[in-house]
Structures are given as C-alpha cells and as structure tokens.
Design a protein around this ligand. Structure first.
Ligand code: SF4
Length: 278
C-alpha cells in the first residue's frame, strides 16, 4: 500500500452502522398464490440480491456524480490563455505546447501588439518570429507552425480561422487538441475533448480510460461524457490538474472527488485502490 494511504477502519462496536437491539423479524408466511410455470420470483430476487455487484467505473451514476462535483469545484472555468479572437487563441494554443499558460500569457500581449492581424503574421518569415516566442520553448517549430497557419488562413480561408474540425486540421501545427480548444472555447462547438497532459493523467486516475494515446483517450471520453459537457469538462479537468490533482503529489485529502477515485498513486484514501488506475 502506498505511503500515506489510510485504509478504511472497521467501526469500534464491531457492527457496521448498526447499534442497539436488533429487532426480531418474523419470517413472512409463504405465499399461497400459485406460481406460474417457469417463474419463481422470490428465489430470483434472493439470488440477484446476493450476487455481488461488479464495480463499473463507467456507470452513468458515477460519471454524473463526477461531473456534478467538478461543477461544484470549478463552476465557471474556461481557457486560461488570454485572447481576443479566434486567431489569437489559435496562436496562444500553439505556443502553449510544452509550456505553461502563465508563460504564454506573458508573451502574447507583446506579440499581438507587434503583429495585430493574421495578415501581419502571414507576411513574416518564421525566423523573424523566433525571438518573440523564444521563451515558450521549441520556438523554431512553433514559429514555422504559426507563420504557416497564418499563410494558409489568409490564402485558403479568406483570413478567417475556419470553424470546421477537418479544415482546422489542415493548418500547420494544429492537431485535435488545438482544434478542440479553438472550436470549444471560441466557437462554442463541442466537437471533441481537449486531451492535454492533465486530462490524460486524470482521466486515467478516475478510470474513465485505460488508454495512453491521446487520440484513444479522447474517443473513450467522448463515449462516456455527454457531448454538451465536452468543452467544460476539458477545462474543469485541466484546472483540477493545476490546483489539486497534480502529477507528483496529488492533494487527495483536499479533493472533492476523493471517495470516487481509486487511483493507485493517491496520497490519501478512504476507498480501496485499483492498481491499474494511474
Ligand atoms: S483523489 Fe487525488 S488522485 Fe483522485 S482525483 Fe482527487 S486529487 Fe486526483
């Protein structure tokens, strides 16, 4: 058992949740009603009650409870990347790869003052952009992506960021994660779930997926999370990953999802742990 995990303790009375004198319950008289051929309801009910209910992490009730508690924890969250239009959000999302939103938010205001429109970016050579975005890391690739996306938007989409997933995916440097951020946050279209490093980690901890590949994780999440919640769910899980469910030492004792979570790497627990939930 991982360090710090507190197992469930039996009640000191030896009786779980039962105190006082247990009343005697008289056995009900056997029904005199004739039983239809092949139907034995009393026995069927007894055997199903005694059968152990198998834990299903994807049970609709459990999913609904997770979503409800996320609403309580993060009622009005949205994307933390500062932006004023779809183009700025697209650029900020490209720059956020392998970086932090705080870091990107320091860079983009200066960047958009220097190059206010998508046409300004389209007129650049990638090398010209590199010094402005160097602090976000991977700046050579990101410069190519941003300038390439700007050129394509100007040439093929009349200077407007497209609203369709398949069109967004034709832009250099744009994969489903970035497209989902833009479609969900700016255009309010639930076309998919944003699977970043937080969503990847937490959806596994909560046993919403057993996959490791982001594309497969997204497919699993799209199956169990109601479509109208895809964007909000993504933002809530991303905030949860920043605030409480952090990678190395999740703050489980402070987490509202605690008794629904069986993650093997919890730091504190009132429920049994599942070794594959990580
Ligand atoms: S209980 Fe711990 S591991 Fe589970 S979701 Fe909360 S913070 Fe994350």
């Amino acid at each position: 058992m991982p360090r710090g995990v507190v197992p469930r303790q039996p009640a000191k009375t030896g009786r779980q949740g039962r105190t006082g004198v247990i009343p005697r319950v008289s056995k009900p008289a056997a029904s005199k009603a004739p039983v239809a051929a092949g139907l034995r309801p009393a026995r069927a009910e007894r055997s199903s009650a005694s059968r152990k209910v198998k834990y299903n992490p994807l049970a609709p009730d459990r999913i609904a409870e997770i979503l409800e508690r996320l609403n309580q924890l993060y009622p009005d969250v949205t994307c933390a990347l500062e932006h004023r239009n779809a183009w700025e959000l697209l650029v900020a999302t490209i720059l956020s790869a392998q970086s932090t939103d705080v870091n990107v938010n320091k860079v983009t205001p200066v960047l958009f003052r220097k190059y206010p429109t998508v046409q300004d970016f389209a007129a650049l050579k990638p090398e010209q952009l590199e010094p402005d975005i160097r602090s976000t890391g991977f700046f050579r690739n990101k410069s190519k992506s941003v300038v390439g996306a700007a050129k394509k938007i100007v040439e093929d989409f009349n200077g407007q960021v497209p609203m369709q997933m398949d069109q967004l995916l034709t832009l250099p440097g744009v994969a489903r994660k970035t497209a989902n951020v833009v479609l969900g946050t700016w255009f309010k279209l639930n076309e998919g779930v944003v699977v970043d490093t937080h969503v990847q980690r937490i959806s596994r901890r909560l046993e919403l997926t057993g996959q490791e590949d982001p594309k497969k994780i997204e497919q699993d999440l799209m199956r169990v999370i109601p479509r109208e919640r895809w964007t909000l769910f993504s933002h809530q899980i991303i905030w949860h990953g920043r605030k409480l469910c952090i990678a190395r030492r999740p703050r489980c004792a402070d987490c509202l999802l605690e008794n629904l979570c069986h993650a093997a790497d919890k730091t504190w627990s009132t429920v049994e742990l599942h070794k594959n939930a990580k």
